[in-house]
Design a binder for this molecule. Structure first.
Ligand code: HEC
Length: 126
């Protein structure tokens, strides 16, 4: 399939950093919040927008180990549809570092978080 419309995803000027419904507002003291989480939410989509194949390996290696849809794991995150359905929660969880769970020892890098966040910001290009 050919995407003919290039990379001109419109970005709102300025950008509201907390566009989501979940806004902890500083008072998020419930539970073991890792002290070292500062993930800058992407406010614009880069000119060469990432596509699903660019971020799928991150989901594969950092999320699907648990989110595989097996009896012991939560719902799956191993295809585009699953991820698209959960994009709001995924975004929130990546921004506050609650996924992967901080005590799970899954070594996700800031770069990998940003890769997914940027892709979501771009509107999840396939
Ligand atoms: C070590 C296992 C594990 C890994 C790795 C993991 N998760 Fe999860 N995730 C869970 C479990 C268990 C739940 C359900 C229980 C809960 O909400 O804590 C969950 C819940 C979630 C939720 C729903 C939370 C909500 O707000 O309801 C989202 C979204 C999510 N995970 C996204 C991700 C993403 C994205 C990744 C990879 C970057 C990831 N998870 C990696 C175990 C994992």
């Amino acid at each position: 399939m050919v995407m003919a419309c290039g990379s001109s995803t419109p970005a709102p000027p300025g950008g509201d950093p907390d566009g989501g419904a979940q806004t902890p507002d500083g008072g998020a003291d419930a539970g073991p919040t890792p002290p070292t989480c500062s993930v800058p939410a992407p406010t614009a989509c880069p000119e060469s927008a990432p596509h699903y194949p660019d971020v799928a390996p991150v989901f594969e290696s950092r999320c699907v180990i648990c989110h595989s849809g097996t009896w012991e794991g939560p719902w799956p995150l191993n295809d585009y549809g699953h991820v698209a359905d959960w994009q709001d929660s995924i975004r929130a969880n990546l921004l506050d570092c609650s996924m992967p769970p901080p005590d799970a020892g899954v070594p996700i890098t800031l770069e990998e978080r940003l890769a997914i966040l940027t892709w979501i910001r771009c509107g999840l290009p396939k």
